[in-house]
Design a protein around this ligand. Sequence first.
Ligand code: T3D
Length: 263
Amino acid sequence: MSENSILVERRDGYRVIILNRPDRLNAFNDAMHAALRQTIEEIEADETCRALLIIGSGRGFCAGQDLADRLVKPGEKPAPSNSLDAYYNPLVRKLRALPLPVVAAVNGVAAGAGCNIALACDIVLAARSASFVQSFARIGLVPDSGGTWFLPRLVGDARARGLALLAESLPAEKAEQWGLIWKCVDDASLLAEAQKLCEHFAAAPTQGLAMIKRALNASAGNTLDAQLDFERDLQAVARETPDYAEGVRAFMEKRKPKFTGRR
Ligand code: T3D
């Protein structure tokens, strides 16, 4: 945190995390992981925060693990690392479980764990010049941070295998066509479009959106039967929220709803 490996901006109803190691294409080091963890915990505890935006500084989004911290001398074995258990896996779990929408604005290359952390977000917007690369195979590693789970679900098995085994860079436009990401936009409008999304979410029925996330997260491992039951249970909770009552009232009164996001 001492080197400001991330910057955090508070906006009306949402927070922006800027990955801030531009000289290393915002590659993760331990300090960045620690700062991210602390910030996300603060966001989770703050009821006024109703969306999170993650973006990279400089010309990239994130190049995964900082490989300068993983150099192995010839003839030596790599030092043991528990970074997946300690950092990457908790981060992916947290992003999926956060009870508010998480938007990744991919402003340049997203590589390795940097690509998969973006894919763990709820909405991925990318600049037209951005690209996604499962770079692991280039250095003899295995996709992590959920890559082997997200890829086949998002783009199908054939494309997942091609992306993971060949480690070719996928341009943002193709990523959108393949269904890897939500949308690709002109470079100049990326930030404005991402902010517009977060402003929308900051005025949305947050509790309902959190339950939509839970339902979609659960669907990957559920039968249709189990999912129908889960939807019923979540619906019962959503019906108790003040935003549901407001949503129905506003519809009947033909006006815009004023959602508070409260329980
Ligand atoms: O051990 C564990 O913790 C396990 C966990 C692993 C998780 C992982 O993410 S493993 C995968 C690690 N990431 C990579 O393998 C990607 C490495 N980077 C690249 O392949 C390329 O940089 C890119 C394809 C991402 C972009 O290429 P390009 O040509 O646009 O940029 P560049 O010139 O390669 O990079 C710009 C600078 O960033 C450069 O520094 P320099 O020469 O200007 O001083 C480069 O060294 C630096 N950089 C880029 N990625 C990393 C990095 N420095 C350290 N670590 C990086 N990952």
